[in-house]
Structure formats: structure tokens, C-alpha cells
Design a protein around this ligand. Structure first.
Ligand code: GLC
Ligand code: CA
Length: 567
């Protein structure tokens, strides 16, 4: 038992995952859309950075209503992204560079264009039972369908049920109406999905990311939520652990690199999701730390970043997951979040410091770090100025909904610009040339204007770039076992932690102690006593000179990060 845990820590603690949003990574054929061959062309860049795995967002056959998170066939490649041969070539070439592939499995729902849903629509009882269909009132009509089964709100806005006149039934869609929720209580559905996992495992992939997987188990009865949007009924639902265990067992993926996207989850559940003794997943993404600038928990309402809350969340997720034998996926960024440097820092005045401070803050924690494409270059939000520049279904929906709620178009736009998922979906900035070297055609979404200075070509050649800093962080994780495997503690009584805007923690392994301290503000932090500082060596920092001290106390400058090690 002890060994299973130690082994898993060793296995996951030494790894770094790089997320590729296929559409926006690199376009090989000039149609303006990133594709599989485009990734293969950039493998040397990724090997140079030093990452172990590539998580590819869904490239399966899909109408692309939600950019591939609406899957119409789990076993075939969407032509706009390439062919199965392209995928095989990518896997082979990645393996030749010591890089594994992780696939993104969207198992909470399928596209309504999936054959299963089409058969359900045709009235086939076998396939009706694949989804969450509920009878409508006998006198319901298309014009007057009556009340939906519950008042739950879709994550993309509006009610989460859609009425189908030809069946006189409603079906559940927690996301877009073209993303119909599967019925995981049906063993045939589970068997189908397990088979999909075996199919891709058989093709030699290294691991999987499971999309919104803690939403798959719905309650046995449908009830209105008078306190919220319904999520408390289906998040970490009644049979979730059982279903995950079955998927992992029957899919034959226990011990592979797996990660679940866990929406609005709890630490207790994430311990079970990721403790190797529970035989569920390798690690869990949780999102509470990315809601510290939501006003009263509301995504589409802006509030200043609550740094004290951010620090508290890191503390409990780091310490409590460790205590329970769980394992965190460490990240600030993905294809659903704005760029973290634009969001948590000051890219106008402290672009390099902000970008690197955020990077070190999570990369030196206990867990497995994830880098979202372009993050290692310090890519920022694009600063779009018109709603026509946005492509994302959620952003476009909320631009309308916010106005329906009484916001002016300017106010609605301002909120969307801060919160949109498209903020991180703009093309990767490869060069200072046309379209940032992403495509020779017209990119499907605009490129951020700053690509002339923020781009891979310039940064790979510059030892003082965010790219060079990320590369160093990855090397350090391999070189220093205290980072990969050490314990973690945020010391409450440490005066340091009372210094507003500073996040700091101590990593320990045997006699080795590593102190990480980050100033997430644009001003000098209150100097603090850093015990480890005595006789310690600077492992990494983001200012050119040695850390400043004031009467023996550490004095962090704007967005400064330091990691001090004592062996
Ligand atoms: C996840 C994906 C997101 C998608 C949603 C529905 O949150 O990361 O992009 O829209 O699931 O599949
Ligand atoms: Ca293309």
C-alpha cells in the first residue's frame, strides 16, 4: 500500500503536462485552423521546453458547436484536424522525443449529431435510454411545451432542458443544447464508453483527461433547485466514485496518467478521485482558486482579485489533499480561462515578472504542473475591442444575457472581454511574421497584437524570457526531489503570510527545505522573517540581482518570486 502511494508520487511528481488546444496551436495547411500535423511540426519546440505529456483537446468528429467538446464519433478524427494517419504519426514522433499523448474524453455528453442521439430522436428505445429524456405533459406542444423537468441552469446560459416535439420529451443538456447529457445509470452507456477508452489505449496513448467527469452521475429524481442553479444535485453525484472505478477498471487504465476535470468539487471527493488506493484517477483539476475574482461566486460579474482567499485556497488544497493521499493537477490556465498574467498581474508594467511569478508559484507546489499553450511565452489576453471578434458560444450567449439583465452593451462587453474563454484561444504566437506564424491563411480567431514582441522565435533565443524561465522550472522539478516529492506546508504563524499579497510555502524532504515566496502585488511587500533564508541558496528568482533583505528580512519587490533552498 505504502509502495503504491510512493510509486504514484514518484511517477506523477516528476512530470509536466503541456496542454494543446488543437484549433489554435499550429495550422499546417493554411485553412486557418490548427491541426494534428501542425502539432507534429512543432514537436521539437515542445521537446526543447522539456514537457513529458501533451494533453490534446478533442479532435474527434464534431460539428464544433463547442469547438470539439461536442463529439459526434469518439473513434474518428474530425477532417478539419486531419486523419487517423496524422494522429498515428504525431504519436510516433512524440514518442521518439520521449513525449506521451493524453486524450481528452468528453463523456458527460455527446453531440446531438452523434449516431446514438440521432437514433434516440428516431424513437429507438435502446438509444432513448442512453440520454436523460423525461416525458413532457400530454398536452405539450412546440409552441407551448410547459415547464421543463427542473429549473436547472445550463453552464452556457438558459434552462438546461430542451423540448423535442416529435417525442414529446425533454432532454437534459448541462452545456449547449447540442450537447446532450448521457445516462450513466444505464450500464450499456458505461460499457460503450469503456470501449472507447480501450480503443484509444490500444492505439498506444499514454493517458487521458476526462472532461467535467464529476458531473456524470445524476440524481435518481428530478427536483428544482431553489437555492442555486442545480449543480448541487449533480456535482460529485450519487454514484460518481463507483462509475469512475468501473471506467478505470474496465478501460484498463488504472495507474496510467489520468486527470479529471472536477467542476465545483470538494477536497474530500478529490482525495477519493486521486488517491491510488481508490483506483480512480491519477489527479484532479479543481477550480476554486480561479474564482477569486468572481463577484459572489458569479462568473459574469467582476470583482477585484481576493489575494487572501487565493492564498487560503492554495493552502487547504495543498495541505489537505496531501494529508488524504490525493494528488493535485497544478495550473492557472487552460482553454476555458482568461490568460492568468492579464488577470492576476500587471502585463503593462511588469509583464515578465508577473508571468514568471505566477509560473513559479504553482510549478514549485506539490502536484503535477500543467502548462497551457502560449503560457510559457507569457501570452496575454488579446484585448479584443468588438463582440464580432469573439467565437465562443458561451461568450456570445452571455453578451446577450447580460444585456437582457439590464447591462448596457459597453458594460456587457467589458465583462465578456475580462471573462471570455476566447481570451486564451487566440493563435499561439510563433514568430513576428504574418499571423504570428500560426497560419498562412486567415486564422479562425484573431491574433493578439503583441505577437511582434511576444513570440516563440524571439523567446527561445533569449535566456531572459518567460520561455527560458519555464524551461528552468521544468529542469528543477527533475533535479530537485524536494519539488517532485516533498511535503508542503503554508505556515500560518509565519509573519510572512500576514504580509498582504504574499503567498509562500515550505517544501520539505528529509533535511532539505525549500521556501517559495511570491509577491502577487505591484508594490513592495512588507519585509518578513524567512527562517530558511539563513545559509540558503537561491534556486530560482525572477529579478536579476539577489533578493533584497531589510535587517535580515526578505523584502520582495513587485511580482517578485524567490525559491530558497537549504540542504
Ligand atoms: C469542459 C471543457 C469546456 C467545455 C465543457 C463542456 O469544461 O473544458 O471547454 O465547454 O467541458 O464539454
Ligand atoms: Ca488546418
Amino acid at each position: 500500500m505504502q509502495d503504491l502511494k510512493a510509486e504514484r508520487v514518484h511517477e506523477l511528481g516528476n512530470k509536466v503536462v503541456y496542454q494543446i488546444y488543437v484549433r489554435s496551436f499550429n495550422d499546417s495547411n493554411g485553412d486557418g485552423i490548427g491541426d494534428l500535423r501542425g502539432i507534429t511540426q512543432r514537436l521539437d519546440y515542445l521537446a526543447g521546453l522539456g514537457v513529458d505529456y501533451l494533453w490534446l483537446t478533442p479532435f474527434f468528429k464534431s460539428p464544433q458547436r463547442d469547438n470539439g467538446y461536442d463529439v459526434a464519433d469518439y473513434r474518428s478524427v474530425e477532417p478539419m484536424f486531419g486523419t487517423m494517419e496524422d494522429f498515428d504519426e504525431l504519436s510516433r514522433e512524440a514518442a521518439a522525443r520521449g513525449i506521451g499523448i493524453m486524450l481528452d474524453m468528453v463523456f458527460n455528453h455527446t453531440s446531438t449529431e452523434h449516431e446514438w442521439f440521432q437514433r434516440a430522436l428516431a424513437g429507438d428505445p435502446k438509444y432513448l435510454a442512453y440520454y436523460k429524456f423525461v416525458d413532457a405533459a400530454p398536452d405539450a406542444t412546440a409552441e407551448n411545451p410547459g415547464e421543463p423537468p427542473t429549473n436547472w441552469v445550463s453552464k452556457f446560459g438558459g434552462n438546461a432542458w430542451r423540448y423535442v416535439p416529435s417525442l414529446n420529451k425533454w432532454y437534459l443538456h448541462l452545456f449547449d443544447p447540442t450537447q446532450a447529457d448521457l445516462d450513466w445509470d444505464n450500464p450499456e452507456v458505461r460499457a460503450e464508453l469503456e470501449d472507447v477508452v480501450r480503443f484509444w489505449k490500444g492505439k498506444g496513448v499514454s493517458g487521458f483527461r476526462f472532461d467535467v467527469v464529476n458531473l456524470i452521475s445524476k440524481p435518481a429524481t428530478w427536483e428544482n433547485d431553489y437555492e442555486g442553479d442545480g449543480r448541487r444535485f449533480y456535482t460529485d453525484g450519487p454514484h460518481i466514485h463507483e462509475y469512475l472505478q468501473e471506467l478505470v477498471r474496465e478501460g484498463g487504465i488504472d495507474g496510467m496518467v489520468t486527470v479529471g476535470e472536477m467542476s465545483s468539487t470538494s477536497i474530500d471527493n478529490c482525495i477519493r478521485y486521486s488517491n491510488p488506493e481508490c483506483h480512480e484517477l491519477g489527479m484532479a483539476f479543481s477550480f476554486h482558486h480561479l474564482k477569486v475574482d468572481y463577484d459572489h461566486g458569479e462568473k459574469w460579474a467582476l470583482a477585484p482579485v481576493d489575494l487572501a482567499e487565493l492564498r487560503r485556497l492554495f493552502k487547504v488544497w495543498q495541505e489537505d489533499m496531501t494529508a488524504g493521499g490525493g494528488w493535485n493537477a497544478l495550473f492557472w490556465s487552460n482553454h476555458d480561462q482568461p490568460r492568468p498574467n492579464s488577470r492576476f498581474g500587471d502585463v503593462d508594467n511588469h509583464w515578465y515578472e508577473t508571468t514568471t511569478a505566477l509560473a513559479a508559484c504553482t510549478h514549485l507546489m506539490r502536484g503535477t504542473p500543467y502548462i497551457y499553450q502560449g503560457e510559457e511565452l507569457g501570452m496575454t489576453n488579446p484585448g479584443f475591442t468588438s463582440i464580432d471578434q469573439y467565437r465562443d458560444v458561451e461568450s456570445i450567449n452571455y453578451y446577450r444575457i447580460l444585456q437582457e439583465q439590464g447591462k448596457t452593451p459597453e458594460e456587457a462587453f467589458h465583462i465578456v472581454a475580462e471573462r471570455s474563454r476566447d481570451d486564451s484561444r487566440t493563435p499561439v504566437q510563433w514568430t513576428a511574421g504574418p499571423n504570428a506564424g500560426f497560419t498562412t491563411g486567415t486564422p479562425w480567431i484573431g491574433v493578439a497584437d503583441n505577437y511582434r514582441t511576444i513570440n516563440a522565435e524571439a523567446e527561445v533565443a533569449d535566456p531572459h524570457s518567460p520561455y527560458a524561465f519555464y524551461k528552468r522550472l521544468i529542469e528543477l522539478r527533475r533535479a530537485e526531489p524536494v519539488i517532485a516529492e516533498g511535503g508542503v506546508e503554508f505556515v500560518e504563524a509565519d509573519p510572512l503570510t500576514e504580509s498582504e499579497g504574499v503567498i509562500s510555502y515550505l517544501r520539505t524532504l528529509g533535511d532539505t527545505r525549500l521556501l517559495v515566496a511570491v509577491n502577487l502585488t505591484g508594490h513592495d511587500a512588507e519585509p518578513f522573517e524567512a527562517q530558511v533564508a539563513e545559509g540558503a541558496e537561491l534556486l530560482i528568482g525572477n529579478y536579476d540581482d539577489a533578493p533584497h533583505t531589510d535587517k535580515g528580512r526578505l523584502a520582495l519587490r513587485p511580482y517578485e518570486v524567490v525559491a530558497l533552498i537549504r540542504r
